[in-house]
Ligand binder design. Structure first.
Ligand code: SF4
Ligand code: SF4
Length: 656
């Protein structure tokens, strides 16, 4: 073919691929534009750092070394080999054309050789993982599509090597051929002959056409993530992971009032982009406590279900058709209610998909627009609204746990204490959890702190209502508590409940409440380090269970461990720190019937397997759930809050 004929052929191929790709990309863009607004501007520096570490550095994928490396080899290979696409397009027109400067650099062509091999190693390993190892996390993923994509990648790098080798064999390589050891070796194997000239043209055209086919196939397949993942990571959350986006009930235009996600047009554009970014890797499914205990919910299948709905209905909705309800068309009611909002899926996801926000938005619509929720949870919602606590206990009993301890119960007009102890409903009303409140108060007083509590003026933070989807009740509670805290002049809060910790510290800022909020484990560890609390070194084997809302959502990992390692001999469970496993109470599951096997029992068995005698916790809900789990599994472990264990060591005479 002459240069002109080749150029025309390439133009036709580019035009066909461009039209097919562009049509699909434009449709996807229009679907995303259907989404509701969510503000993801600002924090450019942080976004750039996340992009650099999560996308370029593959940080999240490398949390699992072998599959992470496999993906990283292919991804980094893709980045390094990107300029070879331009070289191939030029080379397809004329064998003597290449990129100015870079096409003549031996070092770059050496990199090309090296990364072709690494990509091929990555592709073979990925096939091996899929076909031989067959990890459970791929259950439900589109594996045939993945096979096709891997096959196309293998053809792309192989034809690149063959093209370069044939150029070397013909003596038309534009770079010093000695820099390309592999291409050189293949060139030697090719030998000489008239076929080489035709072969060189066949290899480069095969290479170019495979790349164009790959490009066209991408937006129609799950490998759409190659184009969307980087964008999705850029627009990921930059504020606390435990914070939920508030709904605005005071919008002037009633049509703009959003009550969560009822149909696809209620989803935000970020949620739509989330669904298009899923790689179906199953990392989220692998860590999900609901899935692990035989429930219907898989965060991966949830996102895939929403994506399927988006693709099935999006074009018709763009043409003016009414969308159908997401529940049950995309996901079932059971899936929506199975979630404990532990955030393990979000933490694991390599492309910044925000599963918890999706689930809570689905719940919001069911609860607030349809009054549709598990019957047993309805009692809790009613009690939060009427009695200011989810157990429906009289507020007059809220401070009963503190009788005789000498803790100041703040009356209106009293001077603000140095630190306000926000007790939370669980430690106020549940007998097992009250032990931690008593121990915390004793320790703080023992250390000489001026501590006060709000007593009956403390009200549920609204966390369980919010996680259930009742944003309206949550916001009522939030505004009421912010007003009380403001009136009491509170600036520093300590709380022993990770859910209160998350809500007071990360969510009340949206309602005008801004405080320094510390978890009791942090304050107690600080007092131990300062010497204001003194405890003898202990040797008893203790395993510590991280609460999801403390460790994963709010990064408090070291402080409770500092206490445990002072008073005992720490033994870690397999799943710990930010990769902890839920106790089963989150997402308002404290008040819901559990289907399938019990999450708390699975966690209790994991704790017992460490050989510890004590299971330390730092959350009243974990105390209750794991205590039940230990009883059911019969391991005989003692479950106790770190404050209780510390109080026994510091003030043994009066320890609970
Ligand atoms: S938040 Fe936890 S329970 Fe809910 S989907 Fe994610 S991993 Fe599963
Ligand atoms: S949601 Fe994230 S972690 Fe889960 S399968 Fe998709 S990409 Fe993987």
């Amino acid at each position: 073919m002459t240069t002109l004929a080749s150029a025309l052929a390439l133009l036709v191929a580019l035009a066909v691929a461009g039209v097919l790709f562009g049509r699909r990309a434009h449709l996807l863009y229009r679907i995303v534009r259907l989404g509701k607004p969510t503000d993801r501007t600002g924090d450019a520096g942080r976004r750039a750092r996340t992009e650099a570490t999560v996308v370029l550095g593959q940080r999240k994928l490398l949390q699992r070394v072998v599959p992470g490396l496999v993906h990283a080899l292919v991804f980094w290979g893709f980045v390094v080999l990107l300029p070879t696409i331009l070289m191939a397009l030029l080379g397809a027109v004329d064998e003597d054309w290449t990129l100015p400067w870079l096409g003549h650099q031996g070092w770059y062509l050496l990199l090309v050789d090296v990364f072709c091999v690494l990509v091929l190693v990555g592709v073979i390993a990925a096939f091996g993982i899929r076909k031989i190892q067959r990890p459970a996390r791929f259950e439900g993923s589109h594996l045939r599509e993945a096979d096709l994509i891997l096959g196309l990648i293998a053809v792309i790098v192989t034809t690149l090597l063959l093209w370069h080798a044939s150029q070397i064999a013909l003596g038309i390589a534009e770079w010093p051929a000695g820099w390309s050891p592999l291409s050189n070796a293949i060139a030697t194997a090719m030998g000489e002959g008239a076929w080489l000239e035709t072969g060189e043209r066949v290899f480069v055209w095969l290479h170019v056409l495979t790349i164009l086919s790959f490009l066209v196939y991408l937006p129609y397949s799950k490998h759409l993530h190659i184009g969307t993942a980087g964008i999705n990571v850029w627009f990921g959350r930059t504020r606390s992971r435990g914070r939920l986006e508030p709904l605005d009930f005071e919008v002037e235009d009633e049509a703009a009032l959003r009550l969560g996600s009822g149909t696809l047009v209620d989803m935000t554009w970020k949620q739509m982009l989330d669904t298009m970014s899923c790689t179906e890797c199953g990392r989220c499914q692998d860590v999900c406590p609901a899935w692990a205990t035989g429930k219907d919910l898989s965060p991966k299948l949830l996102i895939m279900g929403l994506r399927d709905r988006l693709f099935a209905e999006g074009p018709a909705v763009l043409d003016g058709r009414e969308p159908t309800a997401l529940v049950p068309a995309a996901v079932t009611d059971e899936v929506v209610w199975d979630c404990v909002t532990c955030g393990a899926c979000v933490h694991e996801c390599p492309v910044s998909i925000e599963h918890v926000d999706h689930i809570v938005d689905l719940r919001r619509h069911l609860v607030m627009a349809e009054s549709r929720f598990p019957a047993e949870a309805g009692t809790m919602l009613r009690d939060v609204g009427r009695s200011s606590n989810p157990w429906g206990k009289p507020q007059s009993e809220r401070a009963a746990w503190a009788d005789g301890l000498g803790v100041r119960v703040l009356e209106p007009g009293d001077p603000a204490p140095e630190v306000l102890y926000w007790v939370g409903c669980a430690a106020s009303f549940d007998e097992r959890a009250r032990a931690s409140a008593r121990a915390t108060a004793k320790l703080l007083l023992h250390a000489g702190l001026d501590v006060g509590i709000l007593g009956p003026r403390e009200s549920c933070t609204g966390d369980p209502a919010r996680r259930m989807g009742d944003e309206f009740t949550f916001q009522e509670q939030a505004r009421r508590n912010v007003a009380t805290l403001g009136e009491a002049g509170v600036t520093r809060i300590v709380t022993s409940c990770p859910h209160c910790f998350n809500t007071l510290g990360s969510e009340y800022t949206d309602f005008g409440g801004s405080y320094e909020v510390v978890h009791h484990s942090e304050l107690l560890a600080e007092l131990l380090a300062d010497g204001r609390l003194e405890a003898p070194e202990g040797t008893d084997p203790i395993t510590y269970h991280d609460s999801c809302y403390l460790a994963r959502h709010n990064d408090v990992v070291a402080a409770p461990r500092a206490i445990v390692s002072r008073i005992g001999r720490p033994l870690e469970m397999a799943r710990h720190g930010k990769r902890t496993f839920c106790c089963g109470a989150g997402g308002a599951h404290m008040w819901m019937e559990e289907r399938g096997s019990a999450i708390n029992e699975e966690r209790a068995r994991e704790a017992a397997a460490t050989g510890a005698e004590t299971l330390a916790v730092a959350c009243p809900f974990c105390t209750m759930m794991l205590d039940d789990g230990v009883r059911q599994t019969g391991s005989g472990l003692r479950v106790a809050d770190v404050a209780v264990l510390l109080a026994e060591a510091v003030v043994p005479a009066s320890g609970d």
